[in-house]
Design a protein around this ligand. Structure first.
Ligand code: SF4
Ligand code: SF4
Length: 288
């Protein structure tokens, strides 16, 4: 079984459009949407949710009013200023450090694990899909990505699937690293802008650091062919295969506006044809 993560280094490069359309061309795959801070693959693939579980992470101090003697020690010790003068604990400010619970002489404070999101097991037209939603303001998205990955591995093994296609988060932080952990390759979708090139270099540093083979696709390449030349020159120097270019076409945004997959919305469009070619090269490169 092969595991491939599609990442972008920055948001807005068209990563989810590429992965969603590739999913529609693939067979025997499990999809994992690990862009847990802003998941949107489900909007295009419209999966049916068949299972759901709560994701818990992080702790929050909870005070038992009946035991509290109002000694003010917890206010004194909380360096996050999370406890107000009337002893209410602000869940946004509380870091879950546990100092208040440790020093409370009345044993009136306990730390409780928080429900910070949901993991969904779904069936899409193209195969099982695991996705998640983090509650607003919740952190630990890297841990949630790992949980989505574990669930995807389990489903892929149970159903004998050959490929897990993972939609990673933008950036180079903890959720991206969690989405790259142990994969066979990373497909990076970039765009021809200065920030696109800069973020591509940063994300390639991450894949190189973890020894993950990478491939690059440039979206909307015809908007700035000068930078495309720089991107491809950089990839050539770094020995990174460039497996395709996708042209700009307003039809891509029209398909997104209407919530449809491009390869169905306008199969004969140039971007749809480019994605099909990329999928073929991707399969050859990955020996799928
Ligand atoms: S340290 Fe404990 S007893 Fe003292 S005010 Fe805080 S919760 Fe109440
Ligand atoms: S757990 Fe830490 S951050 Fe939260 S209220 Fe207690 S001392 Fe403050």
């Amino acid at each position: 079984m092969k595991k491939i993560t599609v990442i972008s280094g920055k948001g807005g490069t068209g990563k989810t459009t590429v992965i969603s359309n590739m999913a529609a061309l693939a067979e025997n795959l499990v999809l994992a949407d690990c862009d847990v801070d802003a998941p949107n693959m489900h909007l295009l693939l419209k999966p049916e949710i068949t299972g759901e579980r709560i994701f818990k992470s992080g702790k929050l101090a909870v005070r038992d009013e009946s035991k509290c003697t109002e000694c003010y020690l917890c206010l004194e010790f909380c360096r996050f200023g999370a406890i107000s003068a009337n002893f209410e604990i602000n869940p946004i400010k509380c870091d879950g450090c546990g100092v208040c619970a440790a020093f409370c002489p009345a044993g009136a404070i306990v730390l409780e694990e928080q429900e910070t999101g949901y993991i969904y097991i779904s069936e899409s037209e193209f195969g099982p899909m695991i996705h998640a939603r983090l509650k607003a303001g919740a952190d630990n998205s890297g841990k949630l990505v790992s949980e989505v990955r574990k669930e995807a591995d389990k489903v892929a093994k149970e159903k004998g699937m050959e490929l897990i296609l993972i939609d990673g988060s933008p950036g180079i932080g903890c959720p991206v690293i969690a989405s790259l952990n142990g994969v066979d390759a990373a497909l990076i979708v970039t765009e021809p802008t200065r920030s696109g090139l800069s973020d591509l270099k940063r994300v390639l540093e991450v894949t190189r650091h973890f020894g993950i083979p990478a491939m690059v696709v440039t979206n909307k390449y015809d908007l700035n062919e000068g930078i495309v030349a720089e991107i491809e020159e950089y990839c050539w120097q770094m020995d990174i295969p460039v497996i395709g270019r996708i042209p700009f076409d307003p039809v891509v945004n029209q398909s997104l506006r209407d919530g449809e997959l491009l390869i169905r919305y306008r199969e004969d469009s140039k971007p749809a044809q480019a994605i099909k070619t990329i999928w073929q090269k991707f399969k050859e490169t990955m020996v799928l």
